[in-house]
Design a protein around this ligand. Structure first.
Ligand SMILES: Cc1ncc(COP(=O)(O)O)c(C=O)c1O
Length: 393
C-alpha cells in the first residue's frame, strides 16, 4: 500500500504509544502503574454529564449550526475569557473545535505556508512539531534551561527570529515541564514580538490548573499589539475532565478565526453538538469541581516532587501547573546501562512495570515525563517501585 510522504515522516504520539503499551500489559494480567496518560483520573462532574445527556434528549444530535460552534456556546466561551483571562472577545471571534488538538491543527493550517518557521520552546507538547510539519511549516526549537524552570528568555526568542518566522507557540502552564511563565515574563515575550509579523498560538489548556503563587496571564491580555497577534486556545479536556467529549476552542482576530472556521467546515463540520452544550454548562456552572480537582493535583504535585528528588541521581522541578513532572534521570543512565530516555522508559516498564514517557518525545532526552493524573495510592506505589528499581540496578 502506498502511503504519503507526509504520513511516513510523521512520528506516532509517544504518549498515546506508552499508554497503549501499558494497557496491553495490564490486559495480559501485569500489574502496571501508568504515569503515561495526560488524562485526569476524575469522572466528568455530574452536572456536566447531565447537561450533555439533556442536550441529547432535547434533540441536539445533529450537525452544529453554524459549524464553527453554537452561538450560545461561543457566548459562554466569551464569558470564560472575560472572567478568567481578562480577554474581551465577541462570539464571531470564537471557533468551537473537536478538542484542543483539532484546534491546534486548524490554526496551523490556517496560518502556515511551506517553509514558514514556527518557534517552539523545548520541552514541548509531543504534537506541536508534528502538527507544524503536517501544515508545511518548519519547527524551530528554543531549548529551555531546566535550571531556569525550562522557561525560554526574550533574548533567545529575539535570536531565533528570521525572515521566515511566522509563529510562536507558547504553552503556560506547560506539558511536559509543569512550569509557568510569570506575568512579567509574558509581558517581556510580548515586547520582543511587538511589531513583528509573528502570530502567537497561546495554548492555555492548563490555565485553571495552577499551583504556583502567581496568576496565569494570557498573552493576548497584555497589550493591544499582543491581542492583535495572538490566538488563544483552550479546551474542556483538562479543566473539566472531559477528554472524551472532544471539545476545544480558539479565540482571536476575526480574519484568522474566519479562516479557521472555513477549514473546519471542510474538516470535521464542527464539534459534537451535545458536547458543546455540556461545555457551556461547565463554563457557566458551579466551579467548585475545578477547585476540588486542582487541590488534589496540587497535593500530588508536592508529593511526587519530594519523592522523585529523594531518589539518587534524579532531579526535578516542582510543578507550578498542569499535571506533569519532568525529572532529569540521565544521572542513572550509566549505572542502568542505558543510553537514552527511551532505554530508561523501556527497562522501567519491562522490569518494574512502571510506565513513563521518554523525554525524547518532548525534545529532552535526559528527562522522562510522569503524569500525576492518577490516584495517590498508584502514585505512591509507582514511585516506590521506581526508586527500588533504580537502587537495585
Ligand atoms: C499542551 C496541550 N495542548 C493541547 C492538548 C490537546 O488536548 P485535547 O485535544 O484533549 O483538548 C493537550 C493534551 O494533552 C496538551 O497537553
Amino acid at each position: 500500500m502506498h502511503l504519503s510522504q507526509r504520513v511516513q515522516s510523521l512520528a506516532e504520539s509517544a504518549t498515546l504509544a506508552v499508554t497503549a503499551r501499558a494497557a496491553q500489559l495490564k490486559a495480559d494480567g501485569v500489574d502496571v502503574i501508568s504515569f503515561g496518560a495526560g488524562e485526569p483520573d476524575f469522572p466528568t462532574p455530574p452536572h456536566i454529564v447531565a447537561a450533555g445527556a439533556q442536550a441529547m434528549r432535547d434533540g441536539h444530535t445533529k450537525y452544529s449550526k453554524p459549524a464553527s460552534g453554537l452561538i450560545a456556546v461561543k457566548k459562554a466561551v466569551c464569558g470564560k475569557l472575560r472572567r478568567e483571562n481578562d480577554l474581551e472577545y465577541a462570539p464571531e471571534q470564537i471557533v468551537i473545535t473537536a478538542g484542543g488538538k483539532n484546534a491546534c491543527h486548524l490554526v496551523l493550517h490556517a496560518m502556515l505556508d511551506p517553509g514558514d518557521e514556527v518557534m517552539i520552546p523545548v520541552p514541548y507538547w509531543v504534537s506541536y512539531p508534528e502538527m507544524v510539519k503536517l501544515a508545511g511549516g518548519v519547527p524551530v526549537f528554543l531549548p529551555g534551561d531546566p535550571k531556569d524552570g525550562f522557561r525560554v528568555t526574550p533574548d533567545q526568542i529575539r535570536g531565533a527570529i528570521t525572515d521566515r518566522t511566522r509563529m510562536m507557540i507558547l504553552n503556560s502552564p506547560s506539558n511536559p515541564g509543569g512550569h509557568m511563565y510569570a506575568p512579567e515574563q509574558i509581558r517581556a515575550i510580548a515586547d520582543v514580538l511587538q511589531d513583528t509579523r509573528i502570530t502567537v498560538l497561546s495554548d492555555e489548556i492548563y490555565d485553571r490548573l495552577v499551583y504556583a503563587d502567581m496568576p496565569c496571564v494570557s498573552v493576548a491580555s497584555v497589550s493591544d499589539d499582543a491581542y492583535q497577534r495572538t490566538i488563544t486556545l483552550n479546551s474542556a479536556s483538562k479543566t473539566y475532565s472531559m477528554t472524551g467529549w472532544r471539545l476545544g476552542c480558539v479565540a482571536g482576530p476575526t480574519d484568522l478565526v474566519r479562516a479557521v472556521a472555513k477549514l473546519q467546515s471542510q474538516n470535521t463540520s464542527g464539534a459534537t453538538t451535545f458536547s458543546q452544550i455540556a461545555y457551556a454548562a461547565a463554563l457557566d456552572g458551579d466551579q467548585s469541581c475545578v477547585e476540588e480537582m486542582r487541590e488534589a493535583f496540587r497535593a500530588r504535585a508536592r508529593f511526587i516532587h519530594t519523592r522523585l528528588n529523594a531518589i539518587p541521581d534524579v532531579q526535578c522541578n516542582e510543578p507550578q501547573g498542569a499535571f506533569y513532572v519532568f525529572p532529569d534521570v540521565s544521572g542513572t543512565y550509566a549505572r542502568l546501562g542505558v543510553s537514552d530516555s527511551q532505554g530508561f522508559a523501556t527497562r522501567l516498564l519491562n522490569e518494574a512495570h512502571v510506565a513513563v514517557v521518554p523525554g525524547s518525545a518532548f525534545g529532552m532526552d535526559a528527562h522522562v515525563r510522569l503524569s500525576f493524573a492518577t490516584g495517590m495510592e498508584q502514585i505512591e506505589k509507582g514511585l516506590s517501585r521506581m526508586a527500588d528499581w533504580i537502587a537495585r540496578s
